[in-house]
Design a binder for this molecule. Structure first.
Ligand code: SF4
Ligand code: SF4
Length: 329
């Protein structure tokens, strides 16, 4: 395994641009971090979870899904170069694994896989989280991994695509004892949050959470939709048509289950017309309905909704309150 300085890392990523559309965490002018092209800002690999929904590289907020003119119907074509995306955490890799399932089982979504097929996923882990937090090592959930030892990055390659890329990296060989120590730190990270959402999931599946609970939580929701917009496993979208010159384009755009119009039908009937029902859905969907539908929790604890919710009712906060109130019922 090679060890790369930040300078070597930048050179390595630049060289990957010959074969890939490279997206890296960069610093924006307002001081926040986001995915961008290498030359669009200074590299910001360290710093923990990237605030934006990282799966948006494959499922963007808005995109054309077909174009119709008088002669033909055209579908979007795959881009010439596949994506190489740096900045996934181990939890983000779990989120991606789920939405790969979502977009491929029963019906394969070609628009999604136009971008996803051939893409190289690079996780970032180790001693480079926000405020010194240790980020869990993802291992074989990704193609390549940058594991920070506090200063430099160990480059771990897991798949053929990852190994082919790693061969081009310039760096010294890492000491085995450093790798073992980092793995030990990763393995000893607490699992409290997972236990918390598992306990909340059990309460929901056993129907032990009364409607009054959702009323008290939804009273604190201002329907800003941020929780949905940042969540890497939120997959709901709306469809609309736009006429431009002689063409009609069909677009899809992220939707939010926290909005009144989310399920409103043309007749005016709205099965989710009350705030408490919508708030319940946001949590119940990921911790109970998806357990039944997909056989797994679909919150991977990336932390984004708790970070972004202006009123403090991200999923972990709600689960904590739920388990405190009904956990012994
Ligand atoms: S922590 Fe929140 S944003 Fe992240 S996967 Fe879970 S529900 Fe989605
Ligand atoms: S981020 Fe918080 S306030 Fe905004 S819609 Fe989600 S739960 Fe409501």
């Amino acid at each position: 395994m090679k060890i790369l300085t930040e300078k070597n890392l930048k050179t390595f990523l630049k060289s990957a641009e010959a074969d890939y559309n490279v997206r890296v965490p960069i610093n924006l002018h307002d001081g926040t971090r986001a995915l961008g092209k290498i030359d669009e800002g200074s590299l910001a690999i360290a710093g923990g979870v990237i605030p934006q929904k990282i799966t948006n590289v494959f499922f963007p907020q808005m995109e054309t899904i077909l174009t119709i003119d008088s002669e033909k119907v055209e579908l979007p074509k795959p881009s010439v170069k596949p994506l190489l995306v740096i900045g996934f955490t181990a939890q983000d890799a779990d989120c991606l694994e789920f939405i790969d399932r979502f977009y491929s089982e029963d019906y394969r979504d070609d628009i999604y896989f136009n971008k996803r097929d051939g893409a190289v996923i690079v996780c970032v882990s180790g001693r480079c989280g926000n405020d010194g937090e240790f980020l869990k090592i993802a291992g074989e959930k990704c193609d390549l991994e940058l594991i920070c030892d506090g200063q430099n990055y160990l480059l771990a390659a897991y798949t053929d695509a990852g190994k082919a890329l790693a061969e081009n990296a310039d760096g010294a060989n890492a000491d085995d004892s450093v790798i073992q120590q980092l793995q030990k730190e990763s393995d000893s990270l607490p699992a409290d949050d997972l236990e918390l959402i598992q306990a909340a999931s059990k309460l929901l599946l056993e129907e032990k959470v009364p409607e009054e609970f959702w009323a008290t939580i939804s009273d604190r929701c201002i329907a800003c939709t941020s929780c949905n917009l940042v969540c890497p496993t939120c997959t709901c979208f709306d469809i609309f048509d736009r006429k431009t010159d002689s063409k009609v384009q069909r677009w899809r755009m992220w939707d939010s289950c926290q909005l009144d119009g989310f399920m409103r039908e043309a007749s005016g009937h709205n099965p989710m017309g009350k705030e408490n029902i919508r708030t319940r859905r946001r949590i119940h969907h990921k911790l109970a309905a998806d357990v039944t539908r997909w056989g797994q929790l679909t919150c991977m604890l990336c932390g984004r909704c708790d970070d972004v919710c202006p009123t403090g009712i991200g999923i972990k906060a709600v689960c904590r309150e739920m388990v405190d109130k009904y956990g012994s019922a």
